[in-house]
Design a protein around this ligand. Structure first.
Ligand SMILES: [Zn+2]
Length: 288
């Protein structure tokens, strides 16, 4: 069945079959399809080669405190509800749920290269997934930690990174970019990076141990803003932007959306005192 392109806001072209309501914010499109709210980076687009969705917490079936589009299976939510939510996110992007590859996220620096054989697999202790295989969606779960989406259209390679403070000081996003360049032949200049919603410098207060590690591993004074009692606010967004720039990636978009400021839209582990869900980020190279 043929599809015809249709302009979605001022952003990327979407297939006419996918009826969506979109509102453009600064660098992301906010889209809604059958009640499921998700975002897309305008720079990464939806060009028939690559698709992605940064899913909000809206449009699922989970009850409070996981309301409603929770995809975390280890946060105490009802397993059947989580399964329904998973199906909804793949249906929204018309992706094959059974082929997805994912990881147990631990805040480390391990990158996995996802092949065709990994469809359906869960990588242990991994915080970045990279692939050049169309039709194998990559998914991760978030609630304050930063999702970072990487895409090189020239080589046809995509990556998804989970970066909390631990992964950030371990330079996980740089490990992912280096995997793209060394194993897949990508040039940093061709890699587009979208830094998604996560806890912002407005809300992310950290203590002495984190401050010491950040100063030691990431010597950029602007990443920490001092507060009372020896605490500071950490800017994870800027830290990961700097790490990307260090690798030579220049095409970087920062969503600038703070999960802790907007718990109506996102799950926030910090703001909701650990009693909350996880939102999904899904990326996929499209099968031609
Ligand atoms: Zn905030």
């Amino acid at each position: 069945m043929p599809t015809y392109p249709e302009q979605c806001g001022n952003g990327p072209v979407l297939p006419a079959m996918v009826r969506m309501f979109c509102v453009e914010t600064r660098v992301v499109l906010r889209c809604e399809k059958q009640g499921v709210v998700f975002y897309q980076f305008t720079m990464l687009g939806n060009n028939g080669l690559f698709s992605h969705g940064i899913f909000s917490r809206r449009g699922g079936v989970s009850r409070p405190p996981w309301h409603s589009l929770n995809v975390g299976r280890t946060v105490g939510d009802d397993a059947a509800a989580v399964q329904t939510n998973h199906q909804r996110i793949y249906n929204t992007l018309n992706l094959p749920a059974a082929h997805r590859a994912t990881a147990r996220q631990v805040g480390g620096a391990q990158v996995a290269c996802v092949t065709e054989e990994d469809a359906g697999y869960i990588f242990p202790a991994t915080d970045a997934l990279v692939t050049n295989v169309p039709g194998v969606p990559l998914v991760m779960r978030f609630a304050d930690c930063l999702p970072i989406v990487l895409y090189d259209r020239v080589q046809g390679v995509a990556g998804l990174v989970h970066a909390g403070w631990k992964g950030t000081v371990r330079r996980i996003v740089q490990a992912a970019v280096q995997t793209m360049t060394r194993k897949y032949g990508c040039l940093p200049a061709n890699i587009r990076a979208g830094i998604g919603p996560g806890i912002g410098p407005c809300c992310y207060e950290v203590g002495a141990d984190v401050i010491r590690l950040v100063r030691q591993e990431l010597p950029y004074p602007r990443l920490l803003e001092s507060r009372a009692h020896g605490h500071a606010h950490l800017d994870l967004w800027e830290a990961n932007r700097v790490l990307l720039a260090e690798t030579g990636v220049t095409q970087i978009e920062l969503a600038g959306l703070c999960t802790a400021c907007h718990t109506d839209e996102w799950f926030s582990h910090r703001r909701e005192h650990g009693r909350t869900g996880r939102f999904a980020v899904v990326i996929a190279l499209e099968q031609r």
